[in-house]
Design a protein around this ligand. Structure first.
Ligand SMILES: Cc1ncc(C[n+]2csc(CCOP(=O)(O)OP(=O)(O)O)c2C)c(N)n1
Ligand SMILES: [Mg+2]
Length: 619
């Protein structure tokens, strides 16, 4: 009979923090933990095909629940998950990475005789040191007596800072006796003097924000992802109501509040301007947001998309994120976002504000379906192919309020921004780290949380899908109602757009032009164009249903059929013309996109825009 163990302690704390699943690939170093977790009935262990998928799944889970958990083995497993965890760090997703290492004898053999245990590189703490730069706390547990303290320290950092943590337990220690928790996990609450200081800082910043808003003519609110991570969506909604201001969101924080009007789901709610994703937003949305003389950005991670607006409206923008507030050039350090939001709601409720929105705001009401109409210039499609807008008109019509939409880094991401999401937190996208394939692995995490009437729709490019394609097998195993819609354009279109957008020009004589422009030897095989997969047979080989849609009618039929399936995933390949480009991107010069800084060209400010985002994170 085994009594209370180190494994039990960790399981108890994880479940106390709100995790009911963990995503893993087994390894003998963590085997005892996994069996204990499964037997506990508190943590359901979801086996994934590889560790990258486990990492993406845990990350997505952490966007919808208080924490996500991944459990892998040393080196060979953990390194495969590194990309995913880096994304969690950048996008502030509280993920607990549980790792196991070799037992004490093997550790001693390494130190004394240089004998490498399985997956060792050359020192005992390689994994911990490698994960340090992308976690907010780490621990290596070798002594069961110290386990409660270490586990509590690392988990409370994860929960409080909304960043990933690394927790390694030495094989042989998992089942050693351990003290039980005597009280709930204390999540680093500030002591009384610190709390008073934080309150005062929030009050001062809120006061200044209110003054600045009053001085302006057309202020708007810009909600960001930190509000979601900190569970402040309700306060944001209260602030919208208290100020009467119109609001936009970042692409990552899309669905911060339900976007459609409660009475008419096809209409945008009146306070919502649409997602502002800079140059990719519809022109009417851009005009309104960029026409504001006071953008109040709350909880916004300054991803690459936002370089221009932050730089252009530097002096008129209010930015509250990363534990600080900037009002124009004035910096308020040490401001906790939760306190600030409470204070703003209080101040704006006390006295009503009468401000008119920027010009054009009242005309906004529906997504690109209306704004673009049929006058879409991306119809480069031939027979049996669709344009991007063809596909999105169908997608928009089929997304219902019980559907989670997960959008990958594809040209389709920018159109997905326009799809109305009726319920909060029903849109998931990794728009700062931008690892292609993320949404495909993330589907595993979201799938575990689906209720019987719910459904998830993944929108992925073919390049992204192929990176994590085996995740489909996990969804088959889990029997989850997930639709994986792959934009089958046989192209890494975003990359093509960045390196030579002339490829997409209708009059461009030959794709080979691309090789010349890149100054590559034309006889070299290109990394950009590639052969098409047979997605229908691929799906069938993994036990899923596969459909090929070459027209809007076929896509509508396939999506409706997939939505009706309750016991497993459907893979739909939507044939998009390789040379099709959404109208928003059809320009003579490519817009700066994902690290392509060629077009930003603004003189640097003496006060860096990132000042409000100190490395320490929220606190
Ligand atoms: C893991 C990873 N590798 C490479 C890249 C660079 N990259 C950015 S977009 C892109 C192409 C995406 O192609 P696809 O998924 O087919 O979508 P499309 O652009 O065709 O819509 C690539 C390779 C990346 N962001 N992430
Ligand atoms: Mg593609």
């Amino acid at each position: 009979m085994i009594n209370y163990t180190v494994a039990d302690y960790l399981i108890e704390r994880l479940s106390e923090l709100g995790a009911s699943h963990l995503f893993h690939v087994p390894g003998n170093y963590t085997a005892q933990f996994l069996s204990r977790a499964q037997a506990s009935g508190r943590l359901s262990c979801v086996g994934t095909i590889n560790e990258l998928e486990a990492g993406y799944a845990a990350d997505a889970y952490a966007r919808l629940k208080p924490i996500g958990v991944a459990c892998v083995t040393y080196g060979v497993g953990s390194f495969s998950l590194y990309n995913a965890l880096a994304g969690s760090y950048v996008e502030r997703c509280p993920v607990v990475l549980i790792n196991g290492s070799a037992n004490a004898d093997k550790a001693e053999a390494l130190v004394k005789h240089g004998v490498l245990f399985a997956h060792a590189i050359d020192t005992l703490r390689t994994d911990e040191s490698i994960f340090k730069p992308i976690t907010c706390a780490t621990a290596v547990i070798v002594d069961p007596a110290d386990a409660p303290r270490q586990i509590d320290r690392v988990l409370s950092a994860c929960f409080a800072q909304k960043k990933p943590v690394y927790l390694e337990v030495r094989d042989g220690v998992w089942l050693l006796p351990c003290a039980q928790p005597v009280q709930p996990l204390k999540v680093a609450e500030p002591d009384a003097p610190t709390a008073a200081r934080l309150d005062a800082a929030a009050q001062a910043a809120a006061q200044r924000i209110r003054e600045r808003v009053l001085e302006s003519s057309h202020p708007i609110l810009w909600g960001g992802e930190e509000l979601q991570r900190l569970g402040l969506e309700g306060l944001f909604e209260e602030l919208v109501a208290a100020t009467g201001l119109k609001y936009t969101t970042t692409l990552m924080a899309k669905s911060l509040m339900g976007e459609s009007s409660p009475n008419s789901p096809q209409q945008q709610r009146p306070e919502f301007l649409g997602v502002y994703d800079s140059k990719f937003a519809p022109p009417a949305v851009r005009q309104v947001v960029e026409g504001s003389d006071c953008i109040v950005a709350l909880g916004t991670i300054l991803a690459d998309f936002y370089g221009d607006i932050v730089s252009k409206s530097h002096d008129s923008m209010i930015l509250a994120a990363g534990g600080a507030v900037r009002v124009g050039r004035e910096i308020f350090p040490g401001v906790d976002l939760s306190r600030l939001m409470r204070e703003l709601v209080r101040l704006f409720r006390a006295k009503s504000l009468r401000k008119s929105p920027p010009d054009g705001a009242d005309a906004l009401g529906r997504s690109h379906l209306v704004m673009m109409g049929d006058a879409v210039a991306d119809a480069a499609e031939g027979p049996g192919e669709m344009s991007w807008h063809d596909a999105f008109r169908v997608i928009d019509e089929t997304v219902d309020p019980d559907t989670y939409v997960l959008a990958d880094t594809t040209l389709g991401l920018f159109l997905a921004a326009e799809t109305l999401i009726a319920k909060p937190k029903h849109f998931v996208a990794q728009t700062a780290w931008l690892s292609i394939g993320y949404a495909v692995g993330a589907a595993t995490g979201v799938a575990t949380l689906l209720e019987s009437h719910e459904h998830a729709l993944v929108l992925a490019g073919d390049g992204g899908f192929q990176m994590v394609a085996q995740s489909l097998a996990t969804l088959v195993k889990l029997r989850k109602p997930v639709t994986l819609l792959v934009f089958d354009n046989a192209l890494y279109a975003i990359e093509q757009y960045l390196v030579n957008h002339r490829y997409f020009a209708q009059d461009n004589p030959a794709p080979a032009d691309f090789f010349c422009e890149l100054d590559l030897d034309p006889s070299e095989p290109s990394g950009t164009t590639k052969r098409r997969w047979d997605y229908v047979r691929f799906a069938e080989a993994l036990g899923a249903v596969g459909r090929l849609a070459c027209s809007p009618a076929q896509l509508a039929e396939a999506l409706t059929e997939a939505r009706a399936r309750r016991d497993g995933p459907t893979l739909i390949a939507a044939r998009i013309a390789s040379r099709a480009l959404p109208k928003e991107l059809v320009v003579s010069q490519p817009v700066a996109l994902m690290g392509d800084a060629a077009e930003t060209g603004h003189a640097p400010h003496d006060t860096p825009a990132t000042l409000a985002i100190p490395a320490a994170g929220f606190n």
